[in-house]
Design a protein around this ligand. Sequence first.
Ligand code: DAH
Length: 340
Amino acid sequence: MIKETLEKIKNQAIEELGEIGSVEALESFRVKYLGKKGSLTSVLKSMGSLSPEERPIVGQRANEVRAAIEEKLEETRASLAQKFENMKLASETIDVTMPGREVSLGKKHPLTTVLDDLKDIFIGMGYSIAEGPDVELDYYNFEALNLPPDHPARDTQDTFYINDNVLLRTQTSPVQIRYMEQHKPPIRIIAPGRVFRSDSVDATHSPVFHQIEGLVVDKGITMANLKGTLETFARKLYGEDTRLRFRPHHFPFTEPSAEVDISCFNCGGKGCSVCKGEGWIEILGCGMVHPKVLKICGIDPDEYSGFAFGIGLERVALFRYGIDDMRLFFENDLRFLNQF
Ligand code: DAH
């Protein structure tokens, strides 16, 4: 009777093992048959009821059954492990022929490229870079630059007022004042930055644009130094053949003042669509620093003199790349920006 039970257990166990598909199921199988309360164990426990002759025979058989089940169990365990290992390897396969994911590198905005070039040119001439705040006091933006409250030139530079005394700067010229308040001559700086005016957007205007201010103050600085500096700058930027034209102008913070044109780099001065038939292109304003401005900053105009200039970055970039609409710089259209 016990012998038959043993055979039944063995056959059933072997059959069940064949169907096991997971390590967890294998463990419950082991508990079910070989555990402390397992079916094979309980058969062994009931051997006490056998006669002394039968006991060793059944005992031996029981051990054989146990060994057979254990062997098959280990086999199953091994093949399961192998199966999972293979699945894992398959799922982790690297297809080295697969195309890589493209790393898209950003690039510099054309205005940044032009600004970097300008900085390089001036740093090469011994200038350092200064900065001032975008949100500026009326005093620095206008008053200290010899534009008192009712000065008519203020009308051309209307801006956004935070209150009566605080505004978005309309020009980078206030950096001249801030710098001269803090530094004694010799001074040789450029100050690039964002400026603001309440202009409507069109092809040549934007309420936000950029300027690069220049300031040199030292003993014996003359207009000849200004001309030489600007000529060097323009030739480096637009080519060795570039000629400069100084037209008298008025800026309250310089005396004398001038606007500077360069000979058209496209037609060489003959007149074309880039220069609108003029042969010349206006690129900046400049002049000799007004003695009043030096005095306001605590610099003695009898001892020192200086020149200053203000370049419009967008204009320089428009001409550099032959672009006819400034709005393109600010629209962030990648189809445009990717061309540079
Ligand atoms: N700040 C002037 C403007 O926005 C440009 C300028 C002209 C700057 C003459 C200067 C200068 O430093 O000397 O129109």
